[in-house]
Ligand binder design. Structure first.
Ligand SMILES: [Cu+2]
Length: 201
């Protein structure tokens, strides 16, 4: 049959070509490796771990030296977070200074919609437990403000807020240093856009 022969021919001719291409690529890769010396000029940036966390004024640049040192160490452990009628948090990432043993999140609903339509909360949990916390929160329903009661996977959570309301939560930061943590709004349908990572730095 004609179609079969054509197929066979194609395979026969394609295979050597493919092998040639493959071996050429390998040879090129090998020669590229052996010819190029290691780029010695690449500067290794200092890792965050190498920066002494007790030293706030690393006066390595003029800007850093001229920065007012009026901030108190208590205030930088407090984070302001807004939720809007457009189903957004004001932050995609919460940064907590490494010296904070506790951190506080002040959540404000800056919109006007009621919490039945556009409720916002902030729930702190590990990345690994996020999915389970959200599905159990959904099951817990609105009478529990979409957080399973006494959920051990939840480090902290705020009340569910409507427009114009606010709430604050304070939590220990020790666990945040052991694995990736996230903040999320557990109101149905909000966890996609309304979530972010927590970074200790
Ligand atoms: Cu929300």
């Amino acid at each position: 049959m004609q179609p079969k022969n054509i197929n066979k021919d194609n395979i026969m001719t394609l295979k050597p070509l493919w092998q040639l291409g493959f071996s050429t690529a390998i040879m090129m890769a090998i020669s590229a490796c052996s010819q190029e010396p290691a780029p010695a000029s690449v500067a290794i940036p200092p890792t965050p771990a190498s920066i002494p966390h007790t030293n706030h004024t690393m006066a390595s640049s003029p800007e850093a030296a001229s920065t007012p040192t009026s901030h108190t160490s208590q205030n930088d452990c407090e984070i302001a977070l807004n939720g809007t009628d457009a189903m957004q948090f004001s932050l995609k990432q919460i940064e907590i200074p490494a010296h904070c043993t506790q951190a506080t999140i002040h959540l404000s609903h800056t919109g006007k919609l009621p919490k039945t339509a556009m409720g916002h909360n902030v729930v702190i949990t590990s990345q690994a437990h996020l999915r389970g916390v959200l599905s159990d929160g959904l099951q817990a329903g609105k009478e529990h403000e979409f957080v399973k009661p006494n959920d051990e996977r939840v480090l902290a959570h705020s009340k569910l807020l409507g427009g114009g309301e606010s709430d604050s939560i304070t939590f220990d930061t020790a666990l945040l240093k052991t694995e990736p943590y996230v903040f999320v709004c557990s109101f149905p349908g909000h966890s996609g856009p309304m979530r972010g990572t927590i970074v200790i730095q």
